[in-house]
Design a protein around this ligand. Structure first.
Ligand SMILES: Cc1ncc(COP(=O)(O)O)c(C=O)c1O
Length: 507
């Protein structure tokens, strides 16, 4: 049988769609966080590939029996861990089209539609985010679809590095300095390492609770001055809109102002929260982005786009292409030589690239700007409601302000000890509480630590989540806390009062 026989393709394709439709229909029946033990699949599956072909029926049977138990169900409405990966039918179908066509659009000629649709989609998104004209293709910049934010870090760091070394000489590579905060995503450290920045030249500006864990422009400038005096070269700053732990927002305007004095490349990482900024009421979080050099966000986190899809814009496309261009006889063509086309292979690490624009195009067209904004606003409203519920229960405290759809909370030291207690014990209590919550299989939440304080991140962003799921999850948190707090637990009547308050709240 030909592996691309169209009759079998149709038959098996329908089977997979039916299988996945059933999966979504029954997703609530699975424990949200996988309950298997390490090595479970290695024990179940044979240790060699089959010698003779197997049927799709038999393979799907094993997916059901062996693979699904080892899945953590990120599309479950009760998934509140990390940052969600919000999938959608439109995006799934866009991926299907992309996979079906299976073209490799490394340059314009290799599939003109892939390149031009990417330009169109990046233009649409840039308008929705109200990015300044300097980030557009006509303004000397432009946007590209990568896989992940870590790739955006690497590409922009390389571009910044080479631009700087062209000015100061290659021999100064060891003197380049990268700045971020102690809340910046760890991917930046890895990217700096890959790009050849000395680990001791990555400065993590310390953040504080009193400043809501934002990167302080004053503290940044102090570090920069010290480095300049020491004969080092400030290279790159990563500012974050929506940090991973608490979703705080760094002050872009003042940070860009400081950086421009020292000719520093400013990258804005809005991996999670960038999507929200297509809503007019949240756009102010990007104020100051006009002073940045590059900007990226992950459509696969919160814009109904299936994995993986990072949108990166730069102001100076030539900085990227100078560093990342490849050329070889077999890639040469008239379109490239004319200079009239974009060859996206020169904007990324790899040569091969997927036709990702199709899925974003499908998402933008299928849900429209109003649909996307409504989706985002609903999640923020759910988080706001949840935040209010947390504050209504005096046993809990909010650990950091809520900006978007993540609520950071813990059982307060006072509820545990009737006094301010030992931080270690309070952390232990909250860690055990989270484990108890997740062990039920009904929900999945994850934790973080800031300033030595362990807390639970209730992160709303899954496509199927509705008010009732948030309400159920919060009741579960309360119930688990009640049983763990033992004698300190509210009496039945007051617990009933909690429930009544919650019901009124979500009416
Ligand atoms: C703020 C922030 N930046 C970067 C990343 C890394 O993103 P990616 O996995 O796409 O590289 C994350 C991941 O959650 C994030 O929250």
């Amino acid at each position: 049988m030909n592996p691309l026989d169209h009759v079998e393709f149709r038959r098996q394709g329908h089977m997979i769609i039916d299988f996945l439709a059933d999966y979504y229909e029954n997703i609530n029946n699975y424990p949200v966080r996988s309950q298997v033990n390490p090595g479970y699949l290695l024990e179940r599956l044979p240790d060699h590939a089959p010698f003779i072909p197997e049927s799709i029926e038999s393979i799907l049977n094993d997916v059901e029996k062996d693979i699904i138990p080892g899945l953590t169900h990120w599309q479950s409405p009760n998934f509140f861990a990390y940052f969600a990966s919000s999938g959608s039918t439109a995006s799934f179908l866009g991926e299907m089209l992309m996979n079906g066509f299976n073209v490799v659009g490394f340059n314009w000629l290799a599939s003109p539609a892939a390149t031009e649709l990417e330009i169109v989609v990046m233009k649409w998104l840039s308008k929705l985010l109200q990015l300044p004209p300097a980030f557009s293709f006509s303004g000397g910049g432009g946007g590209v679809l990568l896989g992940t934010t870590c790739e955006a870090f690497i590409c922009t760091l390389i571009a910044a590095r080479d631009k700087m070394l062209d000015q100061i000489g290659r021999e100064n590579n060891e003197k380049l300095v990268v700045y971020c905060s102690d809340q910046t995503h760890v991917g930046l450290m890895k990217a700096a390492k890959i790009v050849g920045i000395k680990p001791e030249n990555v400065r993590q500006v310390m953040t504080t609770k009193s400043e809501n864990y934002k990167l302080s422009p004053q503290r940044l400038e102090e570090l920069i001055k010290r480095d300049v005096e020491a004969g080092l070269f400030p290279l790159y700053l990563c500012a974050t809109i929506g940090t991973t732990s608490t979703t705080t927002v760094d002050p872009l305007g003042p940070l860009c102002e400081v950086s421009s004095k020292y000719n520093i490349w400013v990258h804005v990482d809005a991996a999670y929260a960038g999507s929200a900024c297509i809503c007019p009421e949240f756009r102010h979080f990007l104020d100051g982005v006009e002073g940045a050099t590059s900007f990226s966000f992950n459509a696969h986190k919160w814009l109904l786009t299936n994995l993986a899809c990072c949108c990166l814009w730069v102001k100076d496309k030539s900085a990227l292409t100078k560093s990342l261009s490849t050329n070889s006889e077999y890639l040469k063509n008239k379109a490239t030589e004319s200079g009239e086309v974009v060859d996206f292979k020169d904007w990324q690490i790899t040569l091969t690239r997927r036709f990702q624009a199709l899925k974003l195009w499908m998402v933008l067209r299928s849900y429209g700007v109003t649909g996307l904004r409504q989706f985002l606003k609903n999640h923020v409203k759910m988080a706001k409601d949840l935040e209010r519920l947390v504050t209504m229960d005096s046993r809990f405290e909010i650990v950091a302000p809520r900006y978007f759809s993540v609520v950071c909370f813990r059982v307060s030291p006072y509820a545990i000890h009737q006094h301010h207690g030992n931080q270690h014990e309070v952390n232990e209590f909250n860690s055990k509480l989270l484990e108890a919550i997740n062990a039920t299989g009904h929900v999945y939440m994850t934790q973080s630590v800031v300033d030595g304080v362990y807390f639970i991140r209730f992160s709303i962003g899954a496509t199927l989540t509705e008010d009732r799921h948030v309400k159920m999850a919060w009741e579960l948190v309360q119930d688990q806390a009640t049983s763990m707090l033992g004698t300190l637990a509210p009496k039945k009547a007051s617990n009933g009062k909690h429930m009544k308050q919650i019901e009124d709240h979500f009416m």
